[in-house]
Design a protein around this ligand. Structure first.
Ligand SMILES: [Zn+2]
Length: 400
């Protein structure tokens, strides 16, 4: 564990690393700081290669001390020969569907659970469009923590409940953004670990291990371009941070790849702000791609910063184009990607056709999740609630 403090993004005050919602001085968002002198001394290609085949091989660059292991990370990087030929680039796919619950969110949940154990927190709570709920429930099952999942009714809530009988799943009558607001409200009431709240600076660090793996799997060389889907903007920003840290730690010499993000057109506040060179306005998310249906992106500003700083871009991809490219991805690689992967491929095809990515560039496309098998949903185990804290209190038997 190398995290040395929490630094406020606004007033730059550094405090002890512990689960807090925001800077105690100005209420600003916080990021972890690391002891880079120690990292340069302790972390090497050899020390990483000697580590386990999971994200913990990068423990020297991660915040948590506790080891939570349910198999997250060290996913394949796969050369896509036919798509490379078609697009005239050297295309590699980072297959995050190989994680235990089939998405990169297992990395987030692993660090969230480890941080909870480090700090004596016994309950993990998250808002989820689906993938994070599965991941948090799995991490809780692996550690004996309690999991509380808030998911929009009618979406993946029933599947999370069916696959993870130990988790407490609430189907919230509202959108993902309503779930987030409810999570914030519960944060004032319970001493839980909130994956998007007091645990967020830690948990989100799990995403940067994708960049570490890409670098290691390319023989410690960085690609020219990285493309991934963007909903809250956290993954995109963390990927850019991860590549910068690879270089900062002395593990690679190249500059951060040009970063391109894909949003679904029906939920594209980050792409709209990027195109108009202005601040982010929240929108009503109307996309059919559940994992991209975030209208109020918590880290959209960081995502825009990453795209601008690296000479990349943020592309809004229409629903029919997402569908076409999800099929293209499957038809040319045999990979069963979810539609977020199709959105990312749509953005790549667009950037290539616009001449924004040069022929022959080495490109990594992050396929964030696999298409899950449908499950027999156990609706009887689901508690459907309105998006307010009183409903949660009643359901938990804490209010008569
Ligand atoms: Zn502050």
């Amino acid at each position: 564990m190398s995290a040395s403090g929490l630094r406020c993004r606004v007033c730059e005050t550094v405090s002890r690393p512990e689960p807090v919602d925001a800077c105690r001085r100005c209420d600003g968002p916080t990021d972890l700081t690391y002891d880079w002198a120690r990292i340069a001394r302790d972390v090497s290609h050899a020390s990483i290669a000697a580590g386990p085949p999971s994200l913990w091989r990068y423990d020297g660059l991660l915040p948590a001390g506790a080891r939570v292991e349910f198999g997250a990370g060290w996913t394949p990087l796969h050369r896509a020969d036919r798509l490379s030929e078609l697009l005239e680039v050297d295309l590699h796919l980072k297959l995050e569907g190989h994680n235990p619950t089939h998405s990169y969110k297992d990395r987030i949940a692993t660090i969230a659970a480890a941080t909870a154990l480090d700090h004596g927190v016994t309950t993990l709570c998250c808002s989820s469009t689906g993938n994070l709920g599965h991941a948090v429930a799995a991490a809780a099952a692996a550690t004996g923590l309690e999991a509380i999942v808030l998911a929009p009714v009618g979406g993946e809530a029933a599947a999370v409940a069916a696959r993870h009988p130990g988790a407490r799943v609430f189907a919230v009558a509202g959108t993902y953004d309503d779930c987030r607001r409810l999570e914030l409200e519960l944060g004032g009431l319970f001493p839980w670990g909130f994956v998007s709240g007091n645990l967020h600076p830690y948990a989100s660090e799990g995403a940067k291990t994708i960049s570490f793996e890409i670098a290691e799997q390319l023989g410690w060389q960085l690609p020219d371009v990285v493309v991934c889907p963007a909903a809250s903007g956290t993954l995109f920003a963390k990927l850019a941070q991860g590549f910068a840290e690879v270089t900062r730690a002395g593990l690679a010499a190249e500059r951060v790849p040009r970063m391109f993000a894909a949003q679904a057109l029906g939920s594209s506040p980050i792409a709209t702000a990027f195109a108009g060179d202005r601040g982010i306005s929240r929108v009503e998310a109307t996309t059919g791609v559940a994992s991209l249906a975030v209208g109020d992106p918590s880290h959209g500003d960081l995502a825009i910063g990453a795209a601008r700083a690296t000479g990349g871009g943020i592309v809004a991809v229409a629903e029919d184009v997402i569908e076409e490219n999800t099929a293209l991805l499957g038809d040319t690689t045999g990979i069963e990607a979810d539609c977020a992967g199709g959105a990312a491929l749509g953005a790549l095809v667009h950037a290539v056709s616009q001449g924004k990515i040069a022929r022959g560039s080495r490109v990594v496309l992050v396929v964030t999740g696999a298409r899950p098998e449908p499950v027999e949903s156990d609706v009887a185990r689901l508690t459907t609630i309105t998006p307010d804290a009183d409903a949660v209190l009643s359901a938990l038997g804490l209010r008569s």
